[in-house]
Design a protein around this ligand. Structure first.
Ligand code: T46
Length: 140
């Protein structure tokens, strides 16, 4: 039996920070600190300060969201519960499992949202209507 995904399956992962006097480096590697193979990387930038993105769910995609620069908040919603996760450090990643509605809000000016994704772009993987998402969650 499949278990319905909830916001409690979405966790913030602390990534190792390798520091020296020239600055920091953080590495993300599948099977080491990421539970899925990386098939696609994209990043959101030049979002106007205070701006918002998202407003959809994915049926199958898993993602790790990182505030590579600046900060933003992610509102996670499983159709029943909601939580807000603030991201503001490049060594924290928010793991989002399939079947979670997300909205990205409160972008700081110049923020960069780096996304590591488990699959290539597929328009049909998106649920972009909230009522459709709620119905999907009842059945899945
Ligand atoms: C997500 C959040 C965090 C492509 O053609 N290929 C791609 O791989 C992506 C991600 C997007 N697009 C096109 C589709 C739209 O015409 O880029 C346009 C903007 O995409 P969207 O409105 O989905 O952007 P966001 O910022 O609302 O959502 C994106 C991701 O789509 C989504 O997976 O979780 O970033």
């Amino acid at each position: 039996m499949r278990t319905r995904s909830t916001i409690y399956n979405c966790n913030v992962i602390e990534l190792a920070k390798i520091h020296n006097r020239a600055g920091n480096i953080t590495v993300v590697e599948e099977n080491i600190n990421l539970p899925f193979p990386i098939k696609r990387i994209y990043y959101l930038y030049d979002v106007p300060g205070g701006g918002e993105r998202g407003g959809h769910a994915h049926k199958g995609l898993q993602q790790l969201l990182i505030a590579a620069g600046g900060s933003f908040d992610v509102v996670l919603d499983d159709g029943i519960n909601k939580k807000v996760v603030g991201l503001n450090r490049p060594y924290f990643g928010l793991l989002i499992v399939p079947g979670i509605w997300r909205e990205l809000i409160n972008f700081s000016s110049g923020a960069i949202c780096l996304v590591l994704a488990s699959a290539k772009y597929d328009k049909s993987d998106y649920l972009r209507d909230y009522d459709e998402f709620r119905n999907y969650k009842i059945k899945n």
